[in-house]
Each structure stands twice: as structure tokens, then as C-alpha cells.
Design a protein. Structure first.
Length: 193
């Protein structure tokens, strides 16, 4: 994960790179949890070079659940697919973007309601697509699709007074879909795009 973060920042770390930050909220569904709902604030810091932005981001995903503590740290490479400027210097613009990334979720959360097993970490890869608007203020709205290894304890059921020792039943991949809405800082550098 550290190597990937370093590689993303080095790709965007050319002499003309501009700092960029974003903050906002994310919410959605993760199929690796019994309730499946996650919501929380996010912040991203990165470097922008032309149409590419490399970013390191953090999200606290258990804002509404006092019994869980889910943190998510990731790296991403974002690229403008289409950008339309409203002014000559491109200080006002609209863009469609795509993003690829990897993240690590950590903390503690219950994987199912039938056992006391708690997960503590999970790796994921994801891609996102979204719309960015830099007119009166700069913000973006994105949809992130993630894939992670399915937790082996997700389908284990406990029946009776005690839980029998059994082999985990689930395998494969678990999907997540998250909606991200963020305010952008550092978008004045888009004039060079």
C-alpha cells in the first residue's frame, strides 16, 4: 500500500504539479457487513498535473454507528475524461472524471449478527466515475465501485445455545457502492489544463 501511494504521488510529482485537497461526505453499501450501510466524512490530499491527480485519502465510515469504528485509507489516480471551460482562462469549468485506486479498511466491525467475530482489516480495489463543477464554487459528485475479498465468516450462522465450530462458508468477492460528494480546494490551477 505504501509503495502504491508513493508511485501515485511520483507519477503526479512533476515540476508543474499543484497541490489539491477535497473534503466532504461518503455513504453507501458494503456487502462485507451485515447492515451493509456506511456513512462518514472524507478528506483527500494530492498533487495535480494537467488532467491527472494523484491523491491519498482518508474516510471515517462508521459515523452513525457507535458500536463500530471503521477507518479507510486509500490512494487514487484521477484523470479528466472530458473538461469544458466556461471562461478563456478555464477558471470556471465542468469535467467528467475517472478514478482508479486501492484502499485498506481497518478498525473493528461485526461481520454478521450471529457470532461475536469482528473483522479488523480489509483491502479493496476500486474504480470511480464522477462529475466536477468549478463555477461559483468547486465540488464533485462521484460514484465509487469497490471489490474486496469476501470475509470468510460472513455466512457463518450460529444456532442453539453455543456456536458450533464450522468451516467458513463464504468465498469470492464482495462489492461496495459508495456515493461521494466533496468540496474541492486548489481548483484555480485548472487554468493550465
Amino acid at each position: 500500500m505504501r509503495r502504491l501511494a508513493l508511485a501515485v504521488l511520483l507519477v503526479c510529482g512533476v515540476a508543474s504539479a499543484d497541490p489539491k485537497a477535497r473534503f466532504g461526505m461518503t455513504f453507501g453499501i458494503d456487502r462485507n457487513a451485515p447492515e451493509a450501510h456506511e456513512v462518514g466524512p472524507l478528506i483527500g490530499l494530492g498533487l495535480s498535473a494537467g488532467r491527472f491527480t494523484g491523491e491519498v485519502n482518508y474516510t471515517y465510515l462508521s459515523l452513525m454507528d457507535p458500536y463500530e469504528s471503521i477507518h479507510r485509507v486509500g490512494v487514487a489516480l484521477r484523470a479528466d475524461i472530458v473538461r469544458r471551460c466556461s471562461t478563456i482562462d478555464c477558471t470556471k469549468s465542468r469535467a467528467l472524471y475517472g478514478e482508479l485506486g486501492a484502499a485498506q479498511r481497518f478498525g473493528h466491525w461485526r461481520v454478521n449478527d450471529q457470532s461475536d467475530y469482528e473483522a479488523t482489516k480489509q483491502s479493496e480495489v476500486y474504480f470511480a466515475a464522477g462529475f466536477e463543477l468549478a463555477e461559483w464554487s468547486a465540488w464533485d459528485l462521484g460514484l465509487r465501485f469497490g471489490l474486496a475479498r469476501r470475509d470468510p465468516m460472513l455466512e457463518v450462522a450460529c444456532r442453539g445455545v453455543t456456536c458450533p465450530v464450522s468451516m467458513p462458508a463464504s468465498s469470492g468477492l464482495a462489492e461496495s457502492v459508495m456515493l461521494e460528494w466533496t468540496w474541492l480546494i486548489g481548483t484555480s490551477s485548472m487554468a493550465a489544463r
